[in-house]
Design a binder for this molecule. Structure first.
Ligand code: BQF
Length: 290
C-alpha cells in the first residue's frame, strides 16, 4: 500500500509556485493577487478561507479577504463580485461555498468573470473543460489529477468508479478522467445515491473516487485487491478528545480498505491540501495569462 501523500505533494507544488512568483517579480511583472469572498461565519468555511489566505502568503501572492455578514443580500454579493471583476490588480477570486440559503449559488457563480474564475465554476469554464479547451480546472479534480500523475498511477484503460455527481467534484472528475489526457483515458462509471448495484460496480473498479459525503461509507468488502482509492470526503465528527472538538473523517473506511489498496489517499492530508495548492496554481496561471 502506497499513501498518496497530499500534504507532501502540495508542499512540493507550493515550492514550485513560490519559485515561479520569484521569477515573475524579477521580471518586473505584477505579484499574483487572489481575493476570496466569505459570506457568514460557518466554522468549516472560515477554516478553508484561512487556509487559502495562508497559502497565498507562503507562495508570495497578495491576498484580499472580503468578509460579509450572514444576512448579506444576493444583490450586495453580486455588487462585490462586480468590483472584483473590474479591479485590475485582482488576477483571480473565489466565492467560498456553501453560501447562505437565501442566495442562489448558480446566479452568483455566473457573475464571476470567467478569466478570473480560478475555482473553475463558471459555465464558460465548465464548458471549456468538457471540450478539452484551455480553462481553469476546478481545484479538487485538478489536485486529484496532479496526485495521480506525480505518483505515476496508471489510469489509461482502467475502470474508474466515481461515487458522487456534484458539480464541484464528481461530475468534473468523471469528465476529466474519461478524456485523452494525463491521468485520463479511463473508462468511467458515475455512481450516486440512486445507484442500485453499487457494490457490484466498486468491486470491478481499478480506481475509486469517493466523493459522496458519507463518512467511512466505502468499506473493505466493497473493493478488489490492488485498487487505487481517492477519498474526497471530509466530514467533521465530534471528538471531545481533540482540542478542536472534532476529527475529520473521509468517505472511506481506511482501516478495512487500505490493506487491499495499491494506492490510497489519507484523510486528512490527502486530497484536501491538493485543493489548496491547485487554487494557487490557477491564480498563478490567471496572472500569467493577463
Ligand atoms: C486536509 C471544502 C466541502 C465543502 C466546501 C486540507 C482542506 C481540507 C482538508 C481545505 C473544502 C475541502 C475546501 C485538508 C478546501 C478542502 O489536510 O485533509 C485542506 O481547505 N479544503 C473548501 O474551500 O470548501 C469546501 C469541502
Amino acid at each position: 500500500m502506497i499513501l498518496l501523500d497530499g500534504k507532501k505533494t502540495s508542499a512540493d507544488l507550493k515550492a514550485e509556485i513560490t519559485e515561479s512568483v520569484k521569477l515573475l517579480k524579477a521580471d518586473g511583472k505584477k505579484t499574483p493577487h487572489l481575493a476570496a469572498i466569505l459570506v457568514g461565519t460557518d466554522g468549516a468555511s472560515m477554516t478553508y478561507v484561512n487556509a487559502k489566505v495562508k497559502a497565498c502568503e507562503l507562495v508570495g501572492f497578495k491576498s484580499t479577504l472580503i468578509d460579509l455578514p450572514e444576512n448579506t443580500s444576493e444583490e450586495k454579493l453580486l455588487q462585490e463580485i462586480e468590483k472584483l471583476n473590474n479591479d485590475s490588480d485582482i488576477d483571480g477570486f473565489i466565492v467560498q461555498l456553501p453560501l447562505p440559503k437565501h442566495i442562489e449559488e448558480q446566479k452568483v457563480l455566473n457573475a464571476v468573470n470567467p478569466d478570473k474564475d480560478v475555482d473553475g465554476f463558471h459555465p464558460t469554464n465548465v464548458g471549456r473543460m468538457a471540450l478539452d479547451m484551455p480553462c481553469f480546472l476546478p481545484a479538487t479534480p485538478f489536485g486529484i489529477l496532479e496526485l495521480l500523475e506525480r505518483y505515476n498511477v496508471e489510469t489509461s484503460g482502467k475502470h474508474v468508479v466515481v461515487i458522487g455527481r456534484s458539480h464541484i467534484v464528481g461530475r468534473p472528475m468523471s469528465i476529466l478522467m474519461s478524456q485523452k489526457r494525463k491521468a485520463g483515458d479511463a473508462t468511467v462509471t458515475v455512481a450516486h445515491s440512486r445507484t442500485k448495484n453499487l457494490k457490484e460496480l466498486t468491486l470491478q473498479a481499478d480506481i475509486i473516487v469517493a466523493a459522496l459525503g458519507i463518512p467511512e461509507f466505502l468499506t473493505g468488502d466493497m473493493v478488489k485487491d490492488g485498487v487505487t482509492i481517492i477519498d474526497v470526503g471530509i466530514t467533521r465528527i465530534e471528538d471531545t478528545t481533540k482540542k478542536s472538538g472534532y476529527r475529520l473523517a473521509g468517505d472511506v473506511h481506511f482501516e478495512s480498505v487500505s490493506p487491499k489498496s495499491a494506492y490510497i489517499t489519507p484523510v486528512p492530508g490527502g486530497v484536501g491540501p491538493m485543493t489548496i495548492a491547485m487554487l494557487m496554481k490557477n491564480t498563478l496561471l490567471a496572472c500569467e495569462r493577463k
